[in-house]
Design a protein around this ligand. Sequence first.
Ligand SMILES: [Zn+2]
Length: 196
Amino acid sequence: MSPVPKDSKPAVPAQVEHAFRTLIEWVGDDPDREGLTETPARAARAWLEYCRGYQEDPGRHLARTFEEVGGYDEIVLLRDIPFQSHCEHHLAPITGTASIAYLPGAHVVGISKLARVLHGFAHRLQVQERLTAQIVDCIWEGLAPRGVAVVIEAQHGCMTGRGVRTPGVTMTTSRVLGCFRDDATSRREVFALMGR
Ligand SMILES: [Zn+2]
């Protein structure tokens, strides 16, 4: 037997493919028409990818830290990182940006790692409030910083495409810990850096 190449498509269990067929039928289309024959398996694989965050522990991205920071003791901010998630109530897309800031204690991480933590939690079924809290808590525990602040702005497909159908409405959530919670001056400074 030849080894399975790394980029080969994951197998889709029959009952998963069947679930997508049933859905297509239920909304009023014919899963056997030409354009839809491959769709159940393709959609199943797409969902596995949307939810790939379940396959990882986002905290592992913070495992490798640096202590040599050349005397730098100010806020580190990654601003307006685009992300996509899915709401756990409707499986509808959540599209937005996150700004992640921390005031380092003894440790800093490579800046791309903050985005990886965001995506690790975003690639799951979510509510925006919990996504915000999970990122903050993960950085708080992983880096032991003096403060951490996260602000997320996002549009929810379940609001723009169904229900009240209000395109353009953005939901904002924020969570702060440490000095950004306890000290009003620090909080003002970090929110000003984030442009709000
Ligand atoms: Zn929803």
